[in-house]
Design a protein around this ligand. Structure first.
Ligand code: GLU
Length: 552
């Protein structure tokens, strides 16, 4: 049979695979180094699941001194969206997930194993397709869309598997010479794989995450090159991951069922297949049932959400590690000061069925991450965010940088730092009462708590201002005086005393502090009141207390 002629007619000016085999030599890496990748299609916004895959892939490469590259899979040009590629590159950059190889911005590419964009690799795919035509593993298929549709209907009626395989694979039986004639006559065609598989036979596959899985062999004659000359995902995956020397494919588990096909393609090409780790999708719990985090329903599915909310990328990164390996949480508790890179991620400890995404937990992690920032870091990061998303906050931060830094220093850099900020979009509410003009603009009422008798409240604050408040007091003296004040009004100096004999007191010192706090900030929950008073300064404290006495 004349496969050689068929190959030359289909691809007259295409280089032999030897050219590419030489062009992309074995990588010079240490034993055990993992070469892996993130291979997104630029078909929409970057999904948190994509970021999750990248976190895992990059971490595995880093841990083994391997390589993490990004390959843009743009072979489905109908589905491509504008700025899709840029969106991907930016997201990876924002989250410190820059690849060792691939596009790093619109114009720059790094790495010796490119091009890293599939639409620029057309000739490479053709070379490998030509090689397979010569070996009799790829043939032209002249079936029209309508014919395929009719075939599918027949299969459905006959309740048999759908697809192009076995007896249904009509064009696989066309003699080569006839196929050559058809092509010479200008008939349209695409290229299909002539699968050597028998579905009666099983293949055994070991997946790093899913464990041992058995599959029937593939017998589908899938399309490998489409009518637009571009490859399908399956063929591109095999050619690219071979040439780019991927040792471990980390990808979404929607591809798990394609493993028999992929292994077959590696086999007929004579290539060593990579290992596979199929990641289960991130799930969300809703009304007691689990479902995939959805692009349509869940705002947190889009990576842009985190930037918009001002959730630091370290927090998102840390949270994703948390759902990747459940032992991370324990490790973090025991190693509070260590950086994430010290944690050893293990693919075989990943959940087989899909980890649950919990925004509340992410925000809690974010609080801890932010609590470790210095005041200056909070200032800079918040300002960067505010410049893009909140002009008012930007103005507030920039009006008096030194004063803002004092506010941000409250309860920071201590053993137990303040943990009240989870995202930059919370910051304004957290600090605005510390600025004179902002506080004056707030025309909210004082919301009294335990001490809710207005006259009593006024009396207590007046006494505090007249008899006890001295701005120069050290913290201990200052608090001693609040206790004295409590005593004067028959509130217990210690919570313990009050609890032992509640009937003897009107309340305890905590109620008094809360009242002063409300008078000073109109809030019952703030960081350390002593520090707040120090930052506000004597004059402002006096003014706020007087205003409270008047307006309560
Ligand atoms: N482009 C494929 C996807 O986005 C990549 C799968 C893979 O990583 O191989 O699902």
């Amino acid at each position: 049979m004349n496969y050689e002629e068929l190959a030359n007619i289909i691809f007259p000016d295409i280089k032999d695979i030897e050219y590419y085999e030489e062009k992309y030599p074995k990588r010079n890496l240490q034993e055990g180094a993992i070469v892996t990748r993130f291979a997104p299609s630029p078909t929409g916004f970057v999904h948190i699941g994509g970021l999750y895959q990248s976190v895992i892939a990059k971490k595995m490469a880093e841990q083994t001194q391997g390589v993490f590259f990004v390959r843009i899979e743009d072979t489905d040009q109908k589905r491509e969206v504008e700025n899709g590629v840029i969106g991907i590159i930016k997201a990876l950059k924002d989250f410190n997930l820059e690849p060792n190889e691939g596009m790093i911005n619109e114009t720059e590419v790094i790495g010796e194993y490119g091009p890293y964009k599939q639409s620029l690799r057309k000739d490479i795919y053709k070379s490998y397709a030509k090689y397979l035509i010569k070996k009799g593993y790829v043939y032209p298929c002249f079936c029209k869309q309508e014919e395929l549709e009719q075939m599918r209907q027949k299969q459905e009626q006959a309740k048999t598997r759908t697809g192009y395989y076995g007896v249904w694979a009509k064009c696989r039986k066309i003699p080569v010479n006839e196929a050559i004639e058809k092509i010479k006559n200008g008939e349209e065609y695409i290229l299909r794989f002539k699968s050597p598989g028998n579905p009666e036979k099983k293949i055994k596959h070991h997946d790093i995450i899913k464990g041992n899985v058995d599959f029937p062999e593939n017998d589908q004659d899938i399309i490998i090159i489409k009518s637009d000359g571009l490859p399908t995902y399956h063929f591109a995956h095999v050619v690219d991951d071979h040439l780019m020397k991927t040792t471990c494919v980390i990808r979404g588990d929607e591809w798990l069922s394609s493993v028999p096909l992929h292994l077959q393609l590696f086999q007929v090409l004579g290539f060593k297949p990579p290992k596979y780790a199929h990641i289960a999708p991130i799930m969300k719990e809703e009304n007691g049932t689990k479902r995939k985090l959805s692009k349509r329903k869940d705002q947190e599915a889009a990576v842009s959400y985190y930037a918009e909310q001002g959730i630091p990328h370290e927090a998102v990164y840390e949270y994703l590690l948390n759902i990747a390996n459940s032992n991370f949480e324990q490790w973090r508790k025991q190693n509070k000061e260590l950086q994430n890179k010290e944690f050893e991620l293990q693919l075989n400890k990943m959940s087989v069925s899909g980890a649950l995404f919990d925004l509340v937990k992410l925000l809690d992690i974010s609080k801890t991450v932010i609590s470790k920032y210095t005041a200056k870091e909070v200032y800079e990061e918040a300002l960067k965010w505010a410049k893009e998303y909140d002009v008012q906050l930007q103005n507030l931060l920039q009006k008096d940088e030194q004063y803002t830094l004092k506010i941000l220093s409250i309860e920071r850099g201590k053993e137990k730092p303040r943990r009240d900020i989870s995202k930059w979009s919370d910051l304004k509410e957290n600090i605005q009462y510390m600025y004179k003009e902002e506080f004056e603009k707030e025309n909210s009422e004082y919301q009294l708590q335990k001490i809710d008798n207005r006259q009593e409240a006024k009396n207590i604050i007046s006494s505090y201002l007249e008899k006890y408040y001295n701005h120069e007091d050290e913290k201990e003296t200052w608090f001693g005086k609040i206790k004295e004040l409590a005593h004067e009004y028959n509130y217990a100096k210690e919570v313990k005393e009050y609890k032992a004999n509640p009937e003897q007191y009107k309340g305890h010192v905590g109620d008094i502090s809360t009242l002063i706090r409300i008078a000073l900030t109109k809030r019952s929950n703030t960081p350390d009141m002593y520090e707040i008073m120090q930052v506000l300064g004597k004059e402002e404290v006096q003014k706020r207390l007087q205003t409270a006495i008047k307006n309560l």
